[in-house]
Design a protein around this ligand. Structure first.
Ligand code: CUA
Length: 376
């Protein structure tokens, strides 16, 4: 078989195989922008759909003219004459310029309109929820300045409200992206970037997956987060879980949240300080931690460990404490136990029990209400 035959055959094969491969892509997977669940994402997808169909029409029209010309003006066997030349036809040239201008206008006008409607810099009002986001390699600080509340890697927002994110980075460039709710925006050191979105009555409550969308080395792909869209009541209860804890001060004695009677929890609480966890991780009311390390207040309320890498279960938490590098290569969490440390498993179990007691009396309800299509 001649070479060009093979080329034609393989091109034809690819033409039929490609759609099958693309068919494997799910439109509604957890981080799909093609499954919008909020007004901003919906406006963005309708702009995308509009321009895509327009492009498809252009491709089909241009292709049709091209194939028509190819077959209509094909050289006939034995005819070596030069066909009539139509280069420089004024009507065709002006027609094409006009067509291109019209096409550009009908693409640009809706695009610019959508940008102005969804991308302007919001001025905060009392109605808005404000969240200061700081990107770190490879996790997120989420601070609610109006509520005096700091958490990491998982935010709760009340359904129906506008949320304004003030974006900043502690190290390299990151990008904040919740594909089902809005587009993405970079977090840049020393620059006040902002992104806002709203949820509405068509936004199901539940967990939405977020992801750092700017290559930030090491564990970039594991720099995830969760956005939990709550009802007003659930959101208020979540906020209260933080605000009801007395902050640690010189005059207060450290408190253990919940399950105080459990000796394993008490052992874990002590180990949290003696093993050095408390030097980095804050637990409101008990440990000050460091501002550039994840705050573990109400840890049991979170759905994941290590910035969206593992579901927050006792087994996974033990696995994470045992060997953080195995779970999330290159991350900065140290291994606290030497190999063959005879006390390792007991201490890991105790610290896990302590962490999973933080905010735990709400856990059952929260975990149950987080189930469904947008759960883990
Ligand atoms: Cu942070 Cu990629």
């Amino acid at each position: 078989m001649p070479k060009h035959r093979w080329f034609r055959l393989s091109s034809l094969g690819l033409f039929f195989i490609l759609p099958l491969l693309l068919g494997g892509c799910a439109f509604d997977n957890l981080q799909s922008a093609l499954d919008p669940q909020g007004p901003i994402a919906r406006q963005q997808i309708s702009l995308l759909t509009y321009t895509m169909w327009l492009s498809a029409i252009v491709v089909v029209a241009v292709g049709a003219v091209m194939f028509w010309a190819m077959f209509r003006f094909r050289a006939k066997a034995g005819d070596d004459s030069i066909p009539v030349q139509s280069h420089g036809n004024t009507a065709v040239e002006i027609g094409l310029i006009l067509l291109a201008t019209v096409l550009t206008i009908i693409v640009v006008v809706p695009a610019v309109r959508t940008i102005f409607k969804t991308e302007y810099r919001a001025v905060a009002t009392e109605e808005d929820v404000i969240i200061n986001v700081t990107g770190h390699q490879w996790w997120w600080v989420f601070e609610y300045p109006e509520l005096g509340l700091t958490t990491a890697n998982e935010i709760h927002i009340p359904k129906g409200k506008r949320v304004i994110f003030n974006l900043s980075s502690a190290d390299v460039l990151h990008s904040f992206w919740v594909p089902k709710l809005a587009g993405k925006r970079d977090l840049i050191p020393n620059q006040n970037n902002q992104l806002w979105f709203v949820t509405d009555e068509n936004t199901p409550t539940g967990v939405y997956h977020g992801q750092c969308a700017e290559l930030c080395l090491g564990a970039h792909a594991y720099m995830r987060f969760r956005v939990v869209v709550d009802t007003e009541e659930d959101y208020a209860a979540w906020v209260d879980m933080f605000q009801s804890i007395e902050p640690l001060s010189a005059s207060t004695t450290p408190v253990i949240q919940q399950v105080q009677a459990d000796p394993l929890v008490q052992q874990g609480q002590a180990l949290f300080k003696t093993k050095g966890c408390a030097a980095c991780h804050a637990v409101k009311g008990y440990a000050g931690g460091a501002p550039d390390k994840p705050d573990l207040t109400n840890f049991a309320l979170r759905t994941t460990i290590a910035a969206g890498v593992l579901d927050n279960t006792p087994e996974n938490l033990a696995r994470w404490l045992r060997d953080p590098q195995e779970v999330k290569p290159t991350n900065y969490m140290p291994t606290l136990w030497a190999k063959n440390d005879p006390n390792a498993e007991e201490e890991i179990a105790a610290i896990s029990a302590y962490l999973l007691s933080l905010g735990a009396d709400e856990e059952e309800e929260t975990q149950a209400s987080l189930g469904g299509a947008y759960g883990n």
